[in-house]
Ligand binder design. Structure first.
Ligand code: FES
Ligand code: FES
Length: 162
Protein backbone atom coordinates (compact mmCIF):
# COMPACT_ATOMS: atom_id res chain seq x y z
CA UNK A 1 0.00 0.00 0.00
CA UNK A 2 1.29 3.45 -0.86
CA UNK A 3 2.60 5.35 2.14
CA UNK A 4 1.94 8.97 2.98
CA UNK A 5 4.36 11.39 4.62
CA UNK A 6 3.17 13.12 7.76
CA UNK A 7 4.77 15.69 10.04
CA UNK A 8 3.56 15.71 13.60
CA UNK A 9 4.84 17.32 16.78
CA UNK A 10 4.78 14.95 19.74
CA UNK A 11 5.87 16.11 23.19
CA UNK A 12 7.72 19.06 21.65
CA UNK A 13 9.61 17.08 19.00
CA UNK A 14 8.60 17.25 15.34
CA UNK A 15 8.66 13.90 13.53
CA UNK A 16 8.45 13.38 9.77
CA UNK A 17 7.43 9.81 8.98
CA UNK A 18 5.96 7.70 6.21
CA UNK A 19 2.82 5.86 7.29
CA UNK A 20 0.27 3.60 5.69
CA UNK A 21 -3.05 5.43 5.23
CA UNK A 22 -4.82 3.03 7.64
CA UNK A 23 -2.22 3.21 10.42
CA UNK A 24 -3.96 4.01 13.71
CA UNK A 25 -2.60 6.99 15.61
CA UNK A 26 -2.24 4.77 18.71
CA UNK A 27 -0.09 2.30 16.74
CA UNK A 28 1.93 5.14 15.23
CA UNK A 29 2.72 6.51 18.71
CA UNK A 30 3.50 3.13 20.24
CA UNK A 31 5.22 1.27 17.42
CA UNK A 32 6.65 3.95 15.15
CA UNK A 33 7.72 6.46 17.83
CA UNK A 34 8.20 3.97 20.69
CA UNK A 35 5.95 5.93 23.04
CA UNK A 36 4.41 2.93 24.76
CA UNK A 37 3.02 4.95 27.67
CA UNK A 38 -0.13 5.33 25.59
CA UNK A 39 -1.99 2.09 26.28
CA UNK A 40 -4.43 0.27 24.06
CA UNK A 41 -7.35 -1.59 25.57
CA UNK A 42 -10.55 -1.93 23.57
CA UNK A 43 -9.33 -0.32 20.31
CA UNK A 44 -12.81 0.94 19.56
CA UNK A 45 -13.23 4.08 21.61
CA UNK A 46 -14.80 2.70 24.77
CA UNK A 47 -12.15 2.35 27.51
CA UNK A 48 -10.15 5.60 27.20
CA UNK A 49 -6.79 3.89 27.84
CA UNK A 50 -5.36 5.37 24.63
CA UNK A 51 -6.23 9.00 25.46
CA UNK A 52 -3.72 11.65 24.40
CA UNK A 53 -3.93 15.41 24.01
CA UNK A 54 -4.54 16.41 20.40
CA UNK A 55 -3.90 20.13 20.01
CA UNK A 56 -4.43 20.36 23.77
CA UNK A 57 -7.74 18.46 23.91
CA UNK A 58 -8.17 14.87 25.13
CA UNK A 59 -8.70 12.48 22.21
CA UNK A 60 -8.78 8.71 21.76
CA UNK A 61 -5.82 7.77 19.66
CA UNK A 62 -7.35 4.40 18.72
CA UNK A 63 -10.16 6.21 16.92
CA UNK A 64 -7.84 8.34 14.80
CA UNK A 65 -5.59 7.63 11.89
CA UNK A 66 -1.97 8.74 11.98
CA UNK A 67 -2.53 10.75 8.80
CA UNK A 68 -5.11 12.84 10.64
CA UNK A 69 -2.35 14.04 12.94
CA UNK A 70 -0.41 15.59 10.07
CA UNK A 71 0.41 19.18 11.05
CA UNK A 72 -0.98 18.78 14.57
CA UNK A 73 0.44 18.73 18.07
CA UNK A 74 0.18 15.72 20.36
CA UNK A 75 1.02 15.28 24.01
CA UNK A 76 1.38 11.82 25.50
CA UNK A 77 1.79 10.69 29.09
CA UNK A 78 5.58 10.61 28.61
CA UNK A 79 5.57 14.42 28.66
CA UNK A 80 3.89 14.78 32.04
CA UNK A 81 6.77 14.35 34.46
CA UNK A 82 9.26 17.24 34.26
CA UNK A 83 12.22 14.86 34.66
CA UNK A 84 13.07 11.34 35.81
CA UNK A 85 13.14 12.30 39.49
CA UNK A 86 9.95 14.34 39.69
CA UNK A 87 6.33 13.54 38.95
CA UNK A 88 3.71 15.90 37.62
CA UNK A 89 1.34 16.93 40.47
CA UNK A 90 -1.40 14.84 38.86
CA UNK A 91 0.84 11.76 38.86
CA UNK A 92 1.94 12.52 42.41
CA UNK A 93 -1.70 12.75 43.49
CA UNK A 94 -2.52 9.40 41.85
CA UNK A 95 0.35 7.82 43.76
CA UNK A 96 -0.49 9.41 47.10
CA UNK A 97 -4.22 8.70 46.88
CA UNK A 98 -3.70 5.09 45.70
CA UNK A 99 -5.60 5.79 42.50
CA UNK A 100 -4.10 2.89 40.60
CA UNK A 101 -3.70 -0.82 41.01
CA UNK A 102 -2.64 -2.59 37.81
CA UNK A 103 -2.07 0.84 36.22
CA UNK A 104 -3.18 -0.17 32.76
CA UNK A 105 -5.86 2.52 32.63
CA UNK A 106 -3.74 5.20 34.33
CA UNK A 107 -2.12 6.95 31.32
CA UNK A 108 -5.55 7.43 29.80
CA UNK A 109 -6.98 8.82 33.03
CA UNK A 110 -4.05 11.19 33.43
CA UNK A 111 -4.34 12.58 29.92
CA UNK A 112 -8.14 12.88 30.13
CA UNK A 113 -7.92 14.68 33.46
CA UNK A 114 -4.97 16.99 32.77
CA UNK A 115 -6.98 19.87 31.23
CA UNK A 116 -9.58 19.44 33.98
CA UNK A 117 -7.16 19.75 36.89
CA UNK A 118 -5.45 22.68 35.20
CA UNK A 119 -8.71 24.60 35.09
CA UNK A 120 -10.46 23.53 38.32
CA UNK A 121 -9.19 24.57 41.74
CA UNK A 122 -11.92 23.03 43.87
CA UNK A 123 -14.22 20.75 41.84
CA UNK A 124 -17.18 18.86 43.25
CA UNK A 125 -17.33 15.06 43.23
CA UNK A 126 -19.97 15.29 40.53
CA UNK A 127 -17.75 17.44 38.30
CA UNK A 128 -14.86 15.04 38.79
CA UNK A 129 -16.96 11.97 38.01
CA UNK A 130 -18.23 13.67 34.88
CA UNK A 131 -14.66 14.50 33.85
CA UNK A 132 -13.55 10.88 34.16
CA UNK A 133 -16.75 9.33 32.80
CA UNK A 134 -15.09 8.41 29.51
CA UNK A 135 -12.40 6.26 31.11
CA UNK A 136 -12.84 2.74 32.42
CA UNK A 137 -10.94 1.18 35.32
CA UNK A 138 -11.56 -2.42 36.29
CA UNK A 139 -9.50 -2.30 39.51
CA UNK A 140 -10.00 0.74 41.69
CA UNK A 141 -13.74 1.34 41.99
CA UNK A 142 -13.02 4.97 41.03
CA UNK A 143 -13.30 6.50 44.53
CA UNK A 144 -9.52 6.74 44.94
CA UNK A 145 -9.29 8.34 41.51
CA UNK A 146 -11.81 10.98 42.61
CA UNK A 147 -9.69 11.60 45.73
CA UNK A 148 -6.56 11.87 43.57
CA UNK A 149 -8.18 14.49 41.35
CA UNK A 150 -9.14 16.55 44.41
CA UNK A 151 -5.57 16.31 45.69
CA UNK A 152 -4.14 17.23 42.29
CA UNK A 153 -6.37 20.30 42.10
CA UNK A 154 -5.19 21.36 45.56
CA UNK A 155 -1.54 20.80 44.64
CA UNK A 156 -1.82 22.65 41.34
CA UNK A 157 -3.81 25.60 42.61
CA UNK A 158 -2.21 26.08 46.02
CA UNK A 159 -1.32 29.71 46.70
CA UNK A 160 2.36 30.31 45.98
CA UNK A 161 4.40 31.37 48.99
CA UNK A 162 6.14 34.73 48.59
S1 FES B 1 -8.11 1.66 23.36
FE1 FES B 1 -8.89 3.53 22.68
S2 FES B 1 -10.71 3.82 23.81
FE2 FES B 1 -10.03 1.84 24.37
S1 FES C 1 -5.86 0.32 37.84
FE1 FES C 1 -6.23 -1.53 36.76
S2 FES C 1 -7.62 -0.97 35.19
FE2 FES C 1 -7.42 0.82 36.39
Amino acid sequence: MQKLTIEVTVNGTTYRREVEPRRLLSDFLRHDLGLTGTHVGCEHGVCGACTILFDGEPARSCLMLAVQADGHTITTVEALAPDEKHLHPLQQAFREAHALQCGYCTPGFLMSLLPFVETHANPTDEEIREALAGNLCRCTGYQHIVEAVKLACRLMHAPQEA
